[in-house]
Ligand binder design. Structure first.
Ligand SMILES: C[S@@+](CC[C@H](N)C(=O)[O-])C[C@H]1O[C@@H](n2cnc3c(N)ncnc32)[C@H](O)[C@@H]1O
Length: 258
């Protein structure tokens, strides 16, 4: 790893010199794959991604049922985690916002809302906002729940990201970060083979873009191990920080309370 990449305390795509250039590279990368993002997600994860979003949303059923609940899904991309939260809320009508800094990803999320026909006009439907997770345009203590699925790992500064989540959460509010991790043992070896050799090839073939699918395994490698991530969460101000592995620890849900 180059010296410049070590200086970035978050995602560091090739060529990133500092947090600013890392964030720009991440945004360009997701913008370039936005048209094929959903298809690739489902193909590369064999649809397990849907189970992970649903399971994460289910974990927050109690908060979603609270009257007047406000929810922010950070790094929402094309909105699948956001829609899973909406579905979990059932008849309750929490105010759900999806935020992302890639305009192209958000456009896909918006078109998925419109595909729902008359239902898309319902005030219970998620709303979308273009915003940087490291500098959110919301007052402090605004949300009851902040989630992020496969987005947090891409932040250019993990600690700044956690501090920003703590800032916008109400006291007692909860945070759920769903992201990849590196399983150990035999599963880990198989997973690394798939993630480093197979996935980048298929990803590049379907998206037609070189780079993003090689960045994916390296970003997971760079992401803190669960114990370190939990420590960072506690330092940022979360209590009851926990990590629940999903599917042999290929992914997992970090939770914390403000
Ligand atoms: C892997 S996608 C995840 C999308 C979605 N949450 C999902 O589960 O499919 C990561 C998303 O994070 C967004 N992202 C990365 N850094 C961000 C930042 N600083 N602020 C807002 N969005 C960011 C990217 O634009 C991208 O849409």
């Amino acid at each position: 790893m180059s010296e410049a990449r070590k200086l970035v305390v978050g995602a560091a795509p090739e060529g990133a010199r500092d947090a600013g250039s890392a964030a720009r590279a991440v945004r360009e990368m997701f913008t370039s794959i936005a048209p094929r993002y959903d298809l690739l997600n489902h193909v590369l994860s064999c649809n397990v991604d849907r189970l992970w979003w649903r399971r994460t949303a289910r974990s927050f059923a109690a908060i979603l049922a609270q009257p007047g609940c406000r929810v922010l899904d950070l790094c929402c991309g094309t909105g699948d985690m956001t829609f899973a939260l909406r579905k979990q809320a059932r008849k309750n009508s929490p105010q759900i916002l999806g935020a992302d800094f890639s305009h192209a990803m958000l456009q896909r999320a918006r078109s998925k809302t419109l595909e729902r026909g008359p239902q898309s006009k319902s005030p219970a439907m998620p709303r979308w906002i273009e915003a940087d997770a490291l500098c959110l345009p919301f007052p402090g203590q605004h949300f009851n729940l902040v989630t992020s699925a496969f987005g947090f790992r891409n932040l250019a500064d993990y600690d700044a990201g956690l501090r920003e989540i703590v800032r916008v959460l109400r006291p007692g509010g909860e945070c759920g970060i769903l992201d990849f991790s590196e399983p150990k043992g035999v599963i880990g070896r198989l997973y690394r083979l798939y993630f480093k050799q197979v996935l980048p090839r298929i990803g590049t073939m379907i998206s037609g873009v070189r780079g993003p699918y090689a960045y994916l395994p390296s970003s997971v490698e760079r992401f803190p191990e669960p114990q370190e991530m939990l420590e960072r969460m506690r330092r940022a101000g979360f209590r009851e920080a926990s990590w629940t592995p999903y599917t042999f620890g290929i992914a997992g849900l970090y939770r914390g309370k403000k």
